[in-house]
Design a protein around this ligand. Sequence first.
Ligand code: HEM
Length: 384
Amino acid sequence: MTAYQHHGKHFVPHDWTHALVAARDRLPQLNATNTRHLSAFLSCALDKADGTYDYRSYLGLPLLRLPGPDHPKGTAAQQFARRDRLHAILLTDLIAFELRAAFDEHTPLPRMRPTPAMTTKRLRHALRAAMPALRRLSLVEPTTNSSQVTLLRRVVATVTMDLTPEDRRALQVSMLPVHTVHDEWMFIRVLQAFETTFALLATDLTDVITAVEAGQPPRAASKLSAAASLLRESASLWPLLATIQPAAFRTFRTFTEGASAIQSRHYKIVESLCRTPRNARLASPAYLSVPEVRTAIMRGQVSIDDALNAAQQSAPTPVLGAAMREFAAAIQQWRQTHYRLAVRILGPERSGTGYTEGTPYLRDARHEPVFNCPTTRPDTSKGI
Ligand code: HEM
């Protein structure tokens, strides 16, 4: 791990790579349950050498035990707590990294450190993004008059003491930057935090569909409204990410070619559980980049729209319609903020790392309707 953070994954010396490949070759002789985690780690660490580098391996997603479809055990409340915990520990790790780098020059990823003013701003946004989850988990006192640095240090100490050995290991092994530029740490943690929320939303939407199919619109509505609220809450990650230094981003981005969030399965599951995508979008990079999700759709995955149609409801009940509008507005807002940030950082014409034309792709994808039913379209006249 230390070597990866010291050199950057793209620059790890060949001797190290060969040693890890040799270690992996010996793995099948060991007990499979004991080696599952190690084997998942090696797949992520050796992705560039193996030619399998992508968004999932870049972010170490198989090492994070995300809530949702990949780990469906537990009640809805337990899944929600799992999301909160992961969100909180990812952001606290970022806070700890930023504090450490501000005071200790030997902190990993030494290139292009941000200015003290930028660090202060970043820490403020990181704390704000972590706070709702920290409060729900009772990992922070409800009110406090402490200075920002004292509060940050207290949060880091409380969360660190609360970490299980599995949490510590997950945090360690899921930080595999490609380069040694300071801002990549934040970029990775923010993407992982968004993925954590999308993973939970994918489960929530499946529950919404089950409720619609069972003829329980009020239950479907309250689940969907709660999902919209969580998505709005997670938007606090955007101002944090906006503190990224464009030059730093462009430096490490050269080595992330082939890993793009267009490959995010959870985002596309969320999108396709609302409404089955049109054939043109299914045949475009949007879904060709997530083959498992595409296959599930082609095999007849049911969306909220489909479930409403099957229930022969020409329009959802008023309460469900309102929840659908609320969720659609939260998604549209998410897409709009993402697009604006991408334009600000990349410029209007620079291509994406997911082999699209870049921001022009996002400009058009923003307009995909979230649901088919026209009564659920958010009111865009106010210019979200
Ligand atoms: C520096 C910030 C970011 C920039 C410059 C950026 C840029 C882009 C670009 C250019 C694309 C088009 C696909 C391609 O790569 O060719 C894309 C797609 C996407 N990005 Fe980002 N992105 C950023 C941050 C994020 C974050 C934090 C998330 C959260 C998970 C995210 C999620 C997505 C998703 C889900 C797509 C696919 C959208 C679709 O297919 O409709 N991006 N991004």
